[in-house]
Design a binder for this molecule. Structure first.
Ligand code: PLP
Length: 401
């Protein structure tokens, strides 16, 4: 009998489970819209050409694989903060940002959660309802209390702005407010610039600390600057804030685990101390971050030709997703004779679309139509191509009515 007898089976991950079920399906019409990873028009995984170029250069130079410092590659940390805030931003000029390279978006969120747990005992993190499935797990694991603010309005398949503001206002003073910088996952619904201003107003008034999760910079609109607009708007007000960054989607570095946590402080001195504590926490959790992908990012950003290549590929990826978004909307509008307005699909941004399909309707999508998706009604448009839009529209219309 095993000494581990007392360990019960953990529940399967709801998103990774979708891919498992997809693999097991033998129907040739099957479609995997569960994955949060970019696919080509042929629905194949994609390695960015600019990444291949950067890797070839690295091979030619014969770069070594020595350990990085605990805080990561200096050239990466400089590049990542500048991409996020803009190189001329006062927060950078005044050295008020503590940037630590961590294990992509997830690891950066987890490191920040550890900092909150240690230095803000009892402080609550407010997360949007709904949100990316792992947020709750990350804060639970770090023993950081959380609650939700209203975000999605099923009636309009849009933003419940009044509810969001009211809930942020009601949160205990000094709470951390987790915000998706752009391309909200799972809804694809972002506040507009005017709404971001109002969100900043109430956060400032309540002395809350904004905590941005930026997993899609440049991937949402195709522009690195536009997608960082929300974060820069808050930083321009002189607010202290946290930002977790990921290069999984915008540079396709998923498995390389490249990202960073940035803490903007009101003084350079505070930033130095925060960074020292982030390093302390990183050292005991994983010691130091990966070097390969960090060099890829640093090399691309520091070389104007490669940087332009990257921007062009980002526009291409964002453009392909916009095209399927448009085609899906057109197919749905043509096929659905009920008069239902599907144009909310066009208002959403990023890799995902929230269809408004219920759990039962989503199950019909999978069981009858072999369309694999999460049960919250979210579909990943990255897993869709123009050729399959009509089929998907048939499946949605059938499941909806
Ligand atoms: N945050 C959000 C909102 C995401 O959608 C994702 C990935 O899907 C992540 C964070 C983390 O991704 P990674 O850990 O690969 O950077």
């Amino acid at each position: 009998v095993s000494r581990f007898e007392g360990i019960t089976m953990a529940p399967p991950d709801p998103i990774l489970g979708v891919s498992e079920a997809f693999k097991a399906d033998t129907d040739e019409k099957k479609l995997n819209l569960g994955v949060g990873a970019y696919r080509t028009e042929e629905l194949q995984p994609y390695v960015l050409k600019v990444v291949e170029k950067a890797e070839n250069l690295m091979l030619e130079r014969g770069e070594n694989k020595e350990y990085l410092p605990i805080e990561g590659l200096a050239a990466f940390n400089k590049a990542t903060a500048e991409l996020l805030f803009g190189a001329d931003n006062p927060v950078i000029k005044q050295q008020r940002v503590a940037t630590v390279q961590s294990l992509s978006g997830t690891g950066s969120l987890r490191l920040a959660a550890a900092l909150i747990e240690r230095y803000f005992p009892g402080a609550k993190v407010l997360i949007s309802s709904p949100t990316w499935g792992n947020h709750k797990n990350i804060f639970d694991d770090a023993r950081v209390p959380w609650s939700e603010y209203r975000y999605y309005d099923p009636k309009t398949v849009g933003l419940d702005f009044e509810g969001m503001i009211a809930d942020i206002k009601d949160a205990p003073e000094g709470s951390f407010i987790l915000l998706h910088g752009c391309a909200h996952n799972p809804t694809g619904i972002d506040p507009n610039p005017e709404q971001w201003e109002k969100i900043a107003n109430v956060i400032q008034k309540k002395n809350h600390i904004p905590f941005f999760d930026v997993a899609y910079q440049g991937f949402a609109s195709g522009s690195l600057d536009a997608d960082a607009g929300s974060v820069r708007l808050f930083a321009a007000r002189g607010m202290e804030l946290l930002v977790a960054q990921s290069y999984s989607k915008n540079l396709g570095l998923y498995a390389e685990r490249i990202g960073a946590i940035n803490v903007v402080c009101s003084t350079a001195d505070a930033a130095t101390r925060v960074k020292s504590q982030l390093k302390q926490l990183a050292r005991l959790m994983y010691s130091n971050p990966p070097v390969h992908g960090a060099k890829i990012v640093a090399n691309i950003v520091s070389d104007p030709a490669l940087f332009n290549d990257w921007k062009a590929e980002m526009e291409m990826m964002a453009g392909r997703i916009k095209n399927v978004r448009q085609k899906l909307n057109d197919s749905l509008s043509a096929k659905d004779k009920s008069g239902k307005d599907w144009s909310f699909i066009l208002k959403q941004i990023g890799m995902f679309s929230f269809t408004g399909l219920s759990k039962t309707q989503s199950e019909n999508m999978t069981n009858k139509w072999h369309v694999y998706m999460t049960k919250d009604g979210r579909i990943s448009l990255a897993g869709l191509n123009l050729a399959k839009c009509e089929y998907l529209a048939d499946a949605i219309v059938d499941s909806y009515h």
